[in-house]
Design a protein around this ligand. Structure first.
Ligand code: M6R
Length: 364
């Protein structure tokens, strides 16, 4: 039931404060400042390498998680899309942890990769939104997201819930490996607990995003740029826009522009720059200025400080609440989803059932 919403996608975007809170509740002990997984802690202490495999939006959640696993747990991470994973004959050392991320738990490519990893002696962890799914049943370690049924073909709330679970997993892995002090763990719990309210803050920008959708809707090509964990978000933004508005869009690592794609820039290509203020801000902004110097029309998504520092000369800015870098990908997912949504509505496409796509891709 869509309730008062126009589309399931819109409803699911709006459910995020509640479902992210619901998901976090089962992984965080807020009062104790502890992160807990539904497995014995000793299960993770001997993990030497994590192999992450997923498709589409779930893959981008995995890309964000790679930064966290490396940063917090200092564990090397290998990541690939499921449809390529098996064919490159990946090296998996005995005892490694293979992590599969899937909303549906039925994606054929991901399931085949899971079975391949199992045959290679990997321990299988699954982050999944459907507890009765094939992947959930075949997992050694099941880490559920509690997003509730996701109907819109474009994944939204499952993504932010995946990020919440993956952050909890990163913290748990770090602790199991002796890399996380009690104080640092308390901080992580505190930051994650702030995510639902910050998502609400992001949703408050909905009308402003709707107002700028027309500019993007008339474009033939759109670029998304980000650095660090905002790079996977740039990829996610581009995927969301392609899939529901049929506008050609690409996401790039901001620093990679000058190695080729900047040749595409002219005043017909909107460039969406995702750059929360923080340690990576200056570098991303200088990439943004390179785009502007070539006549590119920039939409900057940042927080108040970032918009104040670099918003001038952009065709539009989107101001997010100021958040800790850990939860920035969860919060910045929201404007990226809303923009795709409003552009699709402006274009009159079938938002919930885009052409050529199925909710669950059960062929390889
Ligand atoms: O159910 P899964 O998470 O395994 O699905 C993976 C992709 O098919 C899915 O994320 C797809 O890219 C979405 N339509 C993106 O919005």
């Amino acid at each position: 039931d869509r309730g008062n919403y126009r589309h399931f996608m819109q409803k699911e975007i709006y459910e995020q404060p509640v479902v992210v809170a619901q998901t976090l509740r089962s992984y965080l002990q807020r009062l104790e400042g502890r992160v807990t997984l539904p497995i014995p802690e000793s299960d993770l202490s001997d993990v030497r390498r994590v192999t992450v495999v997923a498709c589409g939006t779930s893959f981008y959640a995995g890309m964000v998680a790679r930064y966290w696993f490396e940063q917090f747990a200092r564990v090397p991470v290998d990541i690939d899309v499921a449809s390529e994973f098996r064919y490159r004959q990946p090296v998996m050392e005995p005892g490694g942890l293979a992590l599969f991320i899937s909303q549906s738990g039925e994606t054929a490519d991901t399931l085949a990769a899971l079975r391949h990893a199992r045959a290679e002696g990997q321990r299988i962890a699954v982050v999944c939104n459907v507890p009765t799914s094939s992947m959930a049943r075949e997992a050694d370690i099941l880490l559920p997201t509690h997003a509730g049924p996701e109907i819109g073909v474009a994944s939204t709330k499952a993504f932010t819930c995946q990020l919440a679970v993956l952050a909890a997993l990163a913290a748990n892995l770090a602790r199991a490996k002796g890399k996380l002090s009690e104080a640092a763990e308390r901080e992580i719990v505190r930051h994650l607990s702030e995510a639902p309210a910050a998502i609400n803050g992001a949703l408050a920008y909905d009308e402003a995003i709707e107002a700028m959708a027309g500019t993007v809707a008339s474009a033939r090509d759109v670029l998304y740029l980000g650095r660090g964990t905002d790079y996977p978000l740039a990829l996610e933004g581009a995927l969301k826009l392609k899939e529901i508005s049929y506008i050609h869009a690409e996401g790039y690592a901001a620093g990679e522009m000058k190695h080729g794609p900047i040749a595409l820039i002219d005043d017909a290509v909107p460039v969406i720059v995702i750059a929360p203020s923080g340690p990576l801000f200056e570098k991303t902004v200088s990439n943004m200025q390179e785009v502007r110097a070539r006549g590119g029309r920039v939409i900057l998504i940042s927080d108040y400080d970032g918009v104040a520092a670099a918003g001038e000369g952009c065709i539009a800015t989107i101001t997010m609440p100021k958040v800790h870098p850990l939860i920035a990908p969860i919060v910045y997912a929201v404007p990226v989803q809303l923009l795709a949504y409003h552009v699709a509505v402006a274009k009159g496409t079938d938002v919930d059932q885009p052409r050529n796509l199925a909710k669950s891709v059960t062929v390889e």
